[in-house]
Design a protein around this ligand. Structure first.
Ligand code: CTP
Ligand code: MG
Length: 230
């Protein structure tokens, strides 16, 4: 490899936020002085490492063009897809003419506005010489049960269970090929799972617990709290 390796970000932002039960997709809800997605994108821009950020947006989305960031020189708008994985693949395609196969891509949920530069730079630092890449993850503090209906079948060994967060960092070519090969597979709920099914072994890097995904109404207040205390 005699060319420079670049870093790209892909942000899936084409969900409807059903569990949030709001009047608009959750990425456009107010969080302090701006919207959730503006915080998320500002934090990716602040890290200062990305050549561009591809954002996957639903075709029916009237909110995105209203945001100044949608015209930012480093931000590229891509069409959203049916499932999250489709949106991510669309984002990858939108930078396909600029990114090299061995460049790194960090995929980060629009719904995780509390991401810190510290975590972005840690993920990159730990994995930049890795063959495959990996993800930010969190261990569980609670005891975890394997359950059928309301019956406990057993207790899981917590040392082997981690919660997958984003960003998830993979090589552009490998990630694109894995998402194309697994398109439509309901088991693919994150980037790592697409690579795992292909036989690759992604790594985990311990992330900060304040990198929450806004999912339910109470999460907005929690995100606000974390931001004030970061
Ligand atoms: N996402 C996307 N395209 C989809 C579905 C989801 O880009 N077809 C994005 C969401 O916008 C979000 C991220 O993927 O930033 C994580 O998904 P999730 O938290 O599940 O968001 P929603 O699908 O919007 O929420 P819900 O599942 O409650 O409807
Ligand atoms: Mg969803």
């Amino acid at each position: 490899m005699n060319h420079q390796i670049h870093f790209w970000a892909v942000v899936p932002a084409a969900g409807v936020g059903k569990r949030m039960n709001a009047d608009r997709p959750k990425q456009y809800l107010e969080l302090g002085d701006s919207t959730v997605i503006e915080h998320t994108l500002s934090r990716l821009l602040q890290a200062g490492v990305f050549s561009a950020i591809a954002v996957a947006i639903s075709e029916e989305d009237p909110y995105w063009p209203e945001l100044a960031l949608s015209k930012h020189e480093k931000i590229i708008t891509a069409p959203g897809g049916k499932e999250r994985a489709d949106s991510v693949l669309s984002g990858l395609k939108s930078i396909g003419d600029k990114a090299n196969d061995d460049d790194w891509v960090l995929v980060h949920d629009a719904a995780r506005p509390c991401l810190t530069s510290e975590d972005i730079l840690k993920l990159i630092d730990v994995l930049k010489n890795d063959e495959v890449g990996g993800i930010l993850a969190l261990s569980s503090h609670d005891t975890l049960k394997n359950v059928d209906g309301d019956k406990i079948l057993g207790t899981l060994d917590r040392r082997h269970i981690w919660r997958a967060l984003t960003p998830q960092m993979f090589r552009f070519g490998m990630l694109r090929a894995a998402l194309e090969a697994t398109a439509g597979d309901p088991r693919i709920t994150d980037e790592a799972s697409a690579l795992e099914i292909q036989g690759f072994v992604p790594k985990i890097v311990e992330g900060r617990p304040d990198n929450i995904k806004i999912t339910r109404p109470e999460d907005l207040a929690l995100a606000q709290f974390y931001m004030e205390h970061q």
